[in-house]
Design a protein around this ligand. Structure first.
Ligand code: NAD
Length: 363
């Protein structure tokens, strides 16, 4: 049997205490006294939570780090020390449902491996909490639809962690397209990738939703969709690998050409084998581009008439979470709701199908 360190004893005690609170009345969404800030529990304390989200939650105005969900007692102890999280707001995965009776926590932010998004988002919604979920929303259209249903049934909102939609230079190019500033759009190219040098990580396992397409490909796909303002009607995709042993299960590089109903074509690429980070939109009367277009900071762009796009944003993650918290607190629409994640996954399914058959796939 494992020795019981003080941290482990506290962790177990908390989980047991959580269980005894099950009979408390269930909170639905934001029922109760009006709040000015939402308490957020991060579910999954990996790299993104530790390096980006938790620090960002120290500077947000409309939400704050209230709790954590982790399977590792040592992490619980370290986060508790670092962020002053009270015992009552610490959960492990089996006890996540008990968050239902915790008034400190308004939002559960799912930051887990992709294959776990659907299960934990549904459990958070069933606990009556607002749900924020990292990209990709889930692995299949069926999972996305089940997540949306759980949120509808529990009258809570579902936001997807598409941070670029909250970024000012990205918002500028979205407006260029909407307002046809450079005339009708003709073609888009978007490429997002990096050299992934880890081995044995969940990002290389099919069962965990690994592969470049789910991880980075959604940035290229999102960009094609938010720049065109349209939904693609067909896709032709090709998959390739340079490291068949490491990437035997999942895609290392995926290229996909999208066709939009108004005639716009998008050439997209994503990869775990090479570095790429660019977005370009060609229009009848000019062009605009962002390079890089999806790094955590330093998004920059230019246009055919000499404009520079370089609006500064301190933290994309803080902006995203504040936008989402503000929208929830004030009953306003979310910038990137669950329906947006679902639209991407519908196309991702078509991309995988086309890559497998080698045929153009109608979406
Ligand atoms: P990570 O591997 O660093 O962390 C994953 C966490 O999940 C770890 O704490 C791990 O302990 C936990 N976990 C729980 N159950 C697990 C299981 N069965 N197998 C493996 N790990 C398990 O990953 P990450 O980079 O933090 O990514 C987490 C999510 O955040 C992913 O969905 C990813 O796409 C997303 N993400 C988004 C951005 C962004 O810019 N929006 C950036 C990075 C990651």
């Amino acid at each position: 049997m494992k020795p019981q360190t003080p941290a482990r004893r506290r962790f177990i005690k908390q989980v047991i205490l959580g269980a005894s609170a099950l009979s408390l009345p269930r909170l639905n969404g934001l029922a109760g006294p009006a709040k000015e800030r939402l308490g957020v529990a991060l579910a999954g304390l990996g790299q993104y939570s530790a390096d980006l989200l938790a620090p960002a939650l120290q500077r947000t105005k409309y939400c704050y780090l209230a709790g954590i969900v982790t399977g590792t007692p040592a992490k619980a102890e370290q986060w508790q020390r670092q962020y002053g999280i009270p015992d009552r707001n610490i959960y492990d995965y089996p006890s996540i449902d008990k968050i239902a009776s915790n008034p400190d926590i308004d939002v559960v932010y799912i930051v887990l491996p992709n294959a776990l998004h659907a299960e934990y988002a549904i459990r958070a919604a069933n606990a009556g909490k607002q749900v924020w979920c990292e990209k990709p929303m889930a692995l299949t259209v069926n999972e996305c639809e089940a997540m949306l249903k759980a949120c509808r049934d529990n009258k809570v909102k579902l936001a997807i962690g598409y941070r670029m939609q909250h970024e000012p230079n990205t918002q500028a190019v979205i407006r260029f397209g909407k307002d046809r500033v450079y005339g009708p759009l003709k073609s888009i190219s978007a490429a997002a990738g990096f050299y992934y040098n880890r081995t044995g990580h969940w990002r290389q396992k099919k069962s965990m939703g690994g592969g470049a397409m789910y991880d980075m490909g959604v940035y290229s796909l999102q960009a094609a969709r938010y720049c065109s303002g349209e939904e693609p009607i067909a896709v032709t995709a090709r998959q390739s690998t340079t490291r068949p042993v490491i990437f035997k299960d999942v895609d290392e590089t995926m290229t996909f050409d999208l066709e939009f109903p108004g005639g716009i074509k998008a050439q997209c690429q994503t990869s775990f084998a090479m570095s790429m980070n660019s977005l370009r939109v060609n229009c009848e009367q000019g062009w605009y581009q962002l390079e890089p277009f999806q790094t955590y900071s330093g998004i920059r762009g230019s246009t055919s008439d000499g404009k520079t796009l370089d609006a500064f944003l301190n933290s994309q993650q803080a902006r995203q979470m504040d936008d989402d918290a503000f929208a929830i607190l004030h009953g306003q629409p979310l910038l990137a709701p669950g329906e947006e994640g679902l639209r991407d996954i519908r196309v991702v399914e078509a991309i995988f199908s086309s890559a497998k058959t080698g045929q153009r796939t109608v979406i």
